[in-house]
Structure formats: C-alpha cells, structure tokens
Design a protein around this ligand. Structure first.
Ligand code: PBG
Length: 324
C-alpha cells in the first residue's frame, strides 16, 4: 500500500489546517534609521525602499507602519558629530532620544526598541572604547549602560544591546534598576556574528570601522556551541529576550538557541539579506513577494518568536491578507 503524505497538501484549507508554522504581524519588528537634522526623508542607495528620517519626519514613517499592521520599531541613530567615546549615544538630547520622545507622543501604542551600541557614534567606528587598537570591554560597559538609561528615560520600551561586550546585559540591567527603570525590557543581540551581511547597514548608518574589523568581539561564523553559551550568559545576566543575527544563513544557530532558551528568541534578517533579495527581484530573477513570504516562514520554522526585518510592512500585509 502506498503511504500518501500528499493528502495533507490537497488544497489550501487542508494545507493551512496542517501547517506546523503559523505567523502573525505581532512577531515583526521594523528597523528605522534616524538622522540628525530637520525635514529629512532620504533614500538609502544600498537598501532600495528604505529611508533615513530626521526626528521630525519620523512620525510619518510610523503612520505608514501602523497602517501596515506592524506595531514594533527598532531605532538606529546617525549623529552629526562623532568622537572617540561615542558621546552622542548617551546624550539625553541625542538623535534617537529625540525621536523616541517625538514617536511616543504621537504613537503611544507602538513598541519602541532602541539599539544600544557605540559604533554609529564613535569616530573610529568600533562598538566600544579603544585601548590602542583594541576594544576595551569593561570601561565600555558604563557607556552602554548610560546609553540604555537615556533611551529608557526618553521613552524606549525595550533596549537592545548589539555591541557584543561581555557582561553588557548585567551592566545595563543594574543601571536601569538603579534609576527606577525596572520595567524597561532588554532584548539582547546575544548571538551576533562578525558578518559580511551587515555591509549595506554600515553604508546606511555610516558605521564601518575605520581600521580592522569586529572579529575580536562579534562571533566567529564557524561556531554554534559558542552561540549557545553566549545566549545562556545573556539570559543569566537578565535578558528578557535574545536574538540570533544574521537570520537566513544562521538557521542552525537559531534552532540550537531556541531549543535551550527560557526566554523568547528573535532573529534579525539583516541588511545584506534584504538587499540581495531586492537586487535579484529588480533584475527579474526572483519573485519578490514569494521570497519574502518564504523568508518569514523559514525564520519562524527554525525557532524565531520575533523577526526583525526591513520587510516587516510587506510581511504584515501578506499575513493580514492570508497570503502568508
Ligand atoms: C550595530 C549594529 C549593526 C547592525 C545592527 N546593529 C552593524 C554592525 O554590527 O556592524 C547590522 C544590521 C543590519 O545589517 O541590518 N552594532
């Protein structure tokens, strides 16, 4: 007798009933770049369809986003002035802090997540303070904690440290708690690889390191056990949620981390993943909508509860229309 798995694929109703992976717009987070200045809404050449906004034009982006059904944003700042110690990152009137105040005022129902890192704010483009040519872990922690606190005070619901310093979550948690911000969540980029897929982001944010690379703090793509260790450390330090980054090339890591995690696990489908799909679609080589849908499914199937992606508005629309 022939065993017939195809019966479960006969029509859409049956396929939907049998689906092992189900998606909802509530799992999506949309990253937005905020640039210092006024009246700015400019295209990012390496990321077709994505823009940089100034704090005053940022609510326009939120309005469009809310209509699409996405209710969480992740903010990155691009300051006018950079220095050795990234002081604009923890300036209470820094560009992200301004955007948070503006956004919270008009969109109280949106969940605001602020990226915590120094690389967009330092003149050398590294994610921490330098000692010679090396990134100095422990003195960097205080600056990250100050950044997170100023973002929380400006209205961030969640802070998301992406620096890959050891001990960062504990440092941020104790700073937040000490200032009465014990309800602010920490969504840690616990398992972040030194990846070439961040290329378009570094153009968008002007954050490429001026010398060397990030391999002495971001993870080695050859390792997965180490990713599990990083995840466990951040959870022990008090992370409320953790993330694996990039997304599609690291599904095995996402699976491994989601199996051991006691907190929600996210993934970041990064700028290079976005731009590759956009470029292929622009050439007519891929069906963009179907690839976007499949991307969301694959990330969720591998264990992602939360997906951070530049495709969030398109994915949310497809989910609402039952196409995904
Ligand atoms: C900051 C940061 C980066 C990204 C997110 N946070 C860049 C980097 O580590 O170089 C990359 C996001 C993307 O590529 O979409 N440290």
């Amino acid at each position: 007798m022939i065993v017939r798995p195809r019966r479960l694929r006969r029509n859409k109703v049956i396929r939907d009933m049998a689906a092992e992976t189900r998606l909802s717009p509530s799992m999506l987070v949309y990253p937005i770049f905020i640039r210092e200045g006024k009246g700015i809404e400019e295209d990012i050449p390496a990321m077709p369809g994505q823009k940089r906004y100034s704090p005053d034009t940022f609510p326009r982006a939120l309005e469009a986003l809310e209509k699409s059904g996405v209710s969480s944003v992740l903010l990155f700042g691009i300051p006018e002035h950079k220095d050795e110690c990234g002081s604009e990152a923890y300036n209470e009137n820094g560009v992200v802090q301004q955007a948070l105040r503006e956004g919270k005022k008009y969109f109280p129902d949106i969940c605001f997540i602020a990226d915590v890192c120094l690389c967009e704010y330092t003149s050398h483009g590294h994610c921490g303070l330098l000692k010679g040519k090396e990134v100095d872990n422990d003195p960097t922690l205080e600056l990250l904690a100050r950044t997170a606190l100023s973002q929380a005070q400006a209205g961030a619901d969640i802070v998301a440290p992406s620096d890959m310093m050891d001990g960062h979550v504990a440092a941020i948690r104790s700073k937040l708690d000490g200032a009465g911000m014990e309800d602010t969540l920490i969504f840690s980029y616990a398992v972040k690889y030194a990846s070439a897929f961040y290329g378009p982001f570094r153009e968008a944010a002007g954050s490429a390191p001026s010398f060397g690379d990030r391999r002495s703090y971001q993870m080695d793509p050859r390792n997965v056990r180490e990713g599990v260790r990083e995840a466990m450390l951040d959870i022990e330090e008090g992370a409320d949620m953790i993330m694996v980054k990039p997304g599609l090339p690291y599904l095995d890591v996402l699976r491994a981390v989601s199996e051991i995690s006691s907190v929600p696990v996210g993934t970041y489908c990064v700028s290079g993943e976005y731009s590759m799909i956009k470029a292929a679609a622009a050439n007519g080589w891929l069906d963009e909508k179907r690839v976007i849908a499949e991307t969301a499914v694959c990330l969720a199937r591998a264990g992602a509860d939360i997906i951070v992606t530049y495709f969030a508005p398109e994915m949310a629309r497809m989910m609402k229309e039952g196409e995904l």
